[in-house]
Design a protein around this ligand. Structure first.
Ligand code: NAD
Length: 285
């Protein structure tokens, strides 16, 4: 894989949660390309193994590990497996996350019709399922907090570590229809700042990357029509993105490597870096 620039991670162990997914698999590959031993943790073991196999085939060092970021014993088992194969974790990328249709409204704005809605296919604000909201909050927020608890212990002991959380555009301004995901990612950004302050005395830097719009499996149904065209929502996104395009997953790598490098970003902690083609800067007027 082609990284935008190289940093030296040859003595480092990196753990990437959600590393079997689209955005975090490329992050795992980039860290391996820079010499890190990379553990790819994912609920879907076969997806994690596939990424690890690709890294190994390219000459890197990697392992796939089954892990549920919402289950502390599962994270502890993953930590033990990584430690025994590679050593203690130096770099943690908290990438597991996402939305769920149960935390999503059908329409962008409320209307009179919502007051008397009886169509089970239309989900109004009044119909949002607390279980769906809870799922999305847990996956994004607790799914960041729990792996951090487990993997930062050795970092604190070594007085050195890097944690990178994955936030979103939604954290700056909520997108319509996805209140749970927006609020959960706002919590991830806020937690990034809290952790950065809390862990600074232990030599651990904590930052976040906030991707804008990337066409992935997670949002394909929202952004494309079955025949591959753009939905009205996609058009809206692109007209509010000054650079007028979706991001490519590789666009995340420059910020990832910069934030990971103690040499380049040794005095950077508590930041949330938007990578969004200018979306978060644009008022729409
Ligand atoms: P993805 O669905 O391709 O990857 C997410 C991965 O997390 C999957 O491999 C999934 O199996 C794994 N996962 C889900 N639940 C898990 C759990 N409980 N334990 C362990 N692993 C679990 O999604 P992606 O688009 O690559 O997103 C990666 C991160 O980037 C997410 O945090 C997402 O919210 C965020 N993000 C994505 C976009 C985008 O445009 N795709 C934009 C902003 C932020």
């Amino acid at each position: 894989m082609a990284v935008p620039f190289k940093i030296d991670l040859s003595s480092k162990v990196a753990v990437v949660t959600g590393g079997g997914g689209i955005l975090c698999s490329i992050m795992a590959e980039a860290l391996a390309e820079c010499g890190a031993k990379v553990a790819i943790l994912d609920l879907r073991k076969e997806a994690a193994d596939k990424v690890a196999d690709a890294i190994k085939a390219a000459g890197g060092t990697a392992m796939g590990v089954a892990c549920n970021v919402l289950d502390r014993p599962s994270i502890e088992a993953a930590e033990a497996a990584v430690r025994s194969a590679f050593g203690p974790c130096d770099i943690l990328i908290n990438g597991a996350g996402g939305n769920n249709p149960k935390g999503t409204t059908s329409n962008e704005q409320m209307s009179e019709a919502d007051l008397t809605n009886s169509n089970p296919d239309i989900k109004t604000f009044f119909d949002l399922d607390p279980k769906g909201i809870e799922f999305v909050f847990n996956l994004n927020f607790l799914g960041t907090l729990l792996p951090t608890q487990v993997f930062s212990h050795s970092m604190a002991k070594n007085k050195n570590g890097v944690i990178i959380n994955i936030s979103s555009m939604n954290a700056f301004k909520p997108l319509t229809k996805i209140p749970a995901y927006s609020a959960a990612k706002a919590a991830v950004s806020n937690f990034t700042q809290w952790l950065a302050v809390h862990m600074a005395p232990m030599g651990i830097r904590v930052n976040a990357i906030a991707p804008g719009f990337f066409l992935t499996d997670q949002n394909r149904a929202l952004l494309t029509t079955p025949d591959g065209g753009l939905t009205p929502r996609s058009h809206k996104i692109l007209t509010h993105t000054p650079m007028a395009k979706f991001g490519e997953p590789a666009d995340l790598l420059g910020a990832l490597l910069w934030l990971t490098s103690d040499k380049a970003a040794g005095f950077v902690t508590g930041t949330v870096i938007p990578i969004d083609g200018g979306f978060s800067a644009y008022s729409g007027v």
